[in-house]
Design a protein around this ligand. Structure first.
Ligand SMILES: Cc1cc2nc3c(=O)[nH]c(=O)nc-3n(C[C@H](O)[C@H](O)[C@H](O)COP(=O)(O)OP(=O)(O)OC[C@H]3O[C@@H](n4cnc5c(N)ncnc54)[C@H](O)[C@@H]3O)c2cc1C
Length: 380
């Protein structure tokens, strides 16, 4: 993340996010995790600072930049807290990006400026009890009735849903067609027929909130459909390019946090008359952490640069996501190990990282889905 190949604007941007994260997020991250609430005022601040508009053009209220800027933002936020980064990511790279890429001019004008300034927050409602990696098993129905659609079904594990003002919902408009019958809708939270459950209890990512959303005869006008009927989700999969790169960047940021915590702890912890860091085993572990983190960052940066250059990036994005998220799970486990029982205590940074990191391997396509993608793209 201290890459000398970054352009000046990228370095400046990274430095401004880093300063904010060090002052406002890192000192509070474990408290927010234990309180199990997302500090929503942060999203408003991110909006005012222009960060929610990263990688969106200025014409729609964005602040420009591309995939590299977005990767830097995600990595820096995750240095402070993966949970905070997750909430910002779902709002920008999923909900707002779907609106930007698939929305009509009228839809964009109506919702995007508010979304990118942080005045309105969105969530991405895809997953269901029966629909995880297998997208074709979505059961939520959007039945046409004249000029309206009527939504029925339940979405599960939806990040930000407890406080979101709008949701981008994946629903089937043609159940016989499976994946080719899925459409996207933008639905406001106060639309009748929507109920959001209590926050779900999770192993980690305490500061991010997720819940179930139930649609019970939720009627929306057809002007709420994003993109073409039956093809909205497939189009979204092609244009929502930043998901795996953002996840990879989260892995890099969380690995950095694990390395930093390990260094700080082993410098000050004295056993057998000397600091732990004087032990070769400890120094080798720190060296391995730094090496793997650097490799993860270079894969992430490479994939992001391909996106910005308009070149194929599918294989590289999957490699970056796979490697960086598995790296941070490993690094967090080693960090907890090095911090000993003090790391195991509920107030420690090490235990939070340990609980937060695993899920990065699951979201945005699990490690197995990434390996399938990479293997498919290996060619001859
Ligand atoms: C913290 C968090 C936040 C989330 N936020 C959101 C959100 O905002 N919106 C949303 O829509 N969803 C969200 N989700 C849900 C997420 O979309 C799902 O977790 C994801 O789609 C994976 O589905 P699953 O967990 O049900 O796993 P499954 O698909 O049931 O997979 C279980 C295991 O089987 C493996 N597996 C599955 N298929 C194959 C295969 N073909 N080959 C080999 N292995 C396979 C997987 O790799 C995994 O190890 C969130 C989840 C978490 C944990």
């Amino acid at each position: 993340m201290n890459d000398p190949t970054l352009e000046d604007t990228e370095t400046e941007f990274r430095n401004s996010v880093r300063a904010f994260v060090d002052k406002e997020i890192r000192p509070n991250a474990t408290r927010w995790d234990l309180e199990e609430r997302y500090p929503q005022e942060l999203l408003r601040r991110f909006g005012e600072l222009g960060w929610l508009g990263t990688a969106f053009p200025e014409e729609v209220g964005g602040s420009g930049g591309g995939a590299v800027h977005y990767a830097l933002l995600c990595a820096e936020l995750a240095r402070g807290s993966s949970a905070i980064a997750l909430g910002a990511y779902v709002h920008t790279a999923l909900a707002s990006a779907a609106l930007f890429h698939l929305g009509s001019e009228a839809q964009k004008q109506r919702w995007l400026p508010e979304a990118l300034s942080g005045r309105k927050i969105g969530c991405w409602a895809y997953a269901e009890a029966g629909a995880g990696s297998d997208v074709s098993s979505v059961q939520t129905r959007a039945r046409r009735e004249g000029g309206d659609y009527v939504l029925n079904g339940a979405k599960l594990y939806i990040t930000n849903s407890t406080f979101a003002n709008f949701m981008v919902v994946v629903a089937s408009t043609n159940p016989e067609q499976g994946l080719k019958g899925l459409s996207l809708f933008i639905v406001e939270r106060d639309n009748p027929g929507i109920s959001v459950g209590a926050p779900l209890n999770k192993l980690g990512m305490g500061a991010s909130e997720m819940a179930e959303i139930v649609f019970d005869d939720c009627r929306v006008n057809e002007d709420r459909r994003l993109g073409p009927e039956n093809a909205g989700f497939l189009m979204a999969m092609k244009v929502l390019t930043l998901g795996r790169i953002a996840s990879a960047a989260f892995g890099v940021g969380a690995s950095w946090a694990a390395l930093r915590e390990s260094q700080e702890y082993t410098r000050q912890r004295v056993q057998f008359g000397k600091p732990l860091i004087a032990q070769q085993f400890v120094r080798f572990t720190l060296a391995d952490m730094a090496t793997r983190m650097e490799a993860a960052w270079q894969l992430t940066l490479h994939a992001a640069r391909l996106v910005d250059a308009g070149l194929p990036f599918d294989r590289e994005a999957s490699m970056a996501k796979l490697f960086a998220t598995e790296t941070c799970t490993w690094a967090a486990e080693r960090c907890l190990h090095l911090c000993g029982v003090q790391g195991y205590m509920r107030e420690s940074v090490a235990q939070r990282l340990y609980r937060d990191c695993k899920v990065l391997e699951l979201g945005e396509g699990t490690s197995e889905i990434q390996r399938e993608t990479i293997a498919r793209l290996l060619g001859e």
